[in-house]
Write a new protein. Structure first.
Length: 280
């Protein structure tokens, strides 16, 4: 999915005050998401993904799947499972579930919509940033397309795998039946596999997107009810932060290419600033 589509969908999320529950937990969600334990887990999976992407592993798995496993059945399955990763389908659908659940006073429907939207809102900026930083390309776009080339491309993490995993992880967390919970966890990889099947992403790119979805959902289910924040305040803050992130990343492209300088916004509760990094 292209960056511009993500930006429009993200701004839809943070400007739609209709679903106030999505924003009321954001303060605790972001604290949980950026805690040390999650950072350690992500560094580990990033290392695994980096080894796969920057060696022959990604290409070997991709070639094996395309030559030995892909067929008409997997293609037809992928046409369906890919849809769970389409933001322009899933985000309106989750807003609809949230609204219908409120009208019908159906807690399950409302919680499904709210929790999924919270996860999209929380994890999207980090996922977009990792797409840019890794700079990986799609299969066959260029020579050694899976290799990380900082800020050269934006496909190092699969956005579809990220978006598609979240609803199933949410269902798994909400379900009290262990067998159904495990089934939904298994289904969380369906969209990631569809991207490998369709030759749209390398395995490492699908893996990173899927795992970022998992970390995000784990974080929102650790919320603290006492940490609610006014929805309009959060919406305004997020809009400014996200637009700032987008413009800074484009500036960083040129600085990295010319001077090996990298700039990132730093946000910590009510504090903010810029991080400058230079490679020597």
């Amino acid at each position: 999915m292209h960056t511009y589509k993500y930006i429009l969908l993200y701004l839809l999320l943070i400007s739609n005050i209709f679903s106030e529950n999505v924003f009321s937990y954001f303060n605790s969600d972001i604290d949980n998401f950026y805690k040390k334990q999650n950072g350690e887990k992500f560094v580990y999976i990033l290392f695994v993904g980096g080894v796969m992407a920057n060696s022959s592993i990604d290409q070997s798995i991709r070639d094996f799947y395309q030559n030995e496993l892909r067929n008409d059945i997997t293609d037809n399955q992928s046409k369906i499972t890919k849809l769970f990763g389409e933001g322009d389908i899933m985000i309106p659908l989750m807003f609809a579930l949230d609204g219908i659940g409120s009208i019908l006073k159906n807690k399950e429907l409302k919680d499904m919509g709210t929790n999924t939207l919270r996860a999209y809102l929380l994890g999207a900026p980090s996922m977009l940033l990792m797409q840019k930083i890794t700079g990986g390309s799609r299969p066959n776009e260029i020579k050694k397309a899976s290799h990380w080339k900082f800020f050269k491309d934006e496909n190092g993490v699969s956005g579809h795998a990220f978006m598609g995993s979240i609803p199933f992880f949410v269902l798994s967390k909400m379900n009290k039946n262990n067998y159904l919970g495990e089934f939904f966890q298994g289904m969380s990889v369906a969209t990631a596999i569809s991207r490998i099947n369709d030759d749209a992403h390398y395995p490492s790119q699908a893996l990173l997107g899927w795992y970022m979805g998992k970390l995000t959902v784990d974080s929102i289910f650790e919320y603290n009810l006492s940490d609610k924040k006014n929805a309009k305040e959060v919406a305004l803050s997020l809009t400014g932060n996200f637009l700032g992130f987008y413009f800074l990343q484009n500036i960083s492209y040129k600085l990295w290419d010319n001077n090996k300088i990298f700039i990132l916004p730093v946000l910590d509760n009510d504090k903010y600033g810029l991080l400058f990094s230079k490679q020597f």
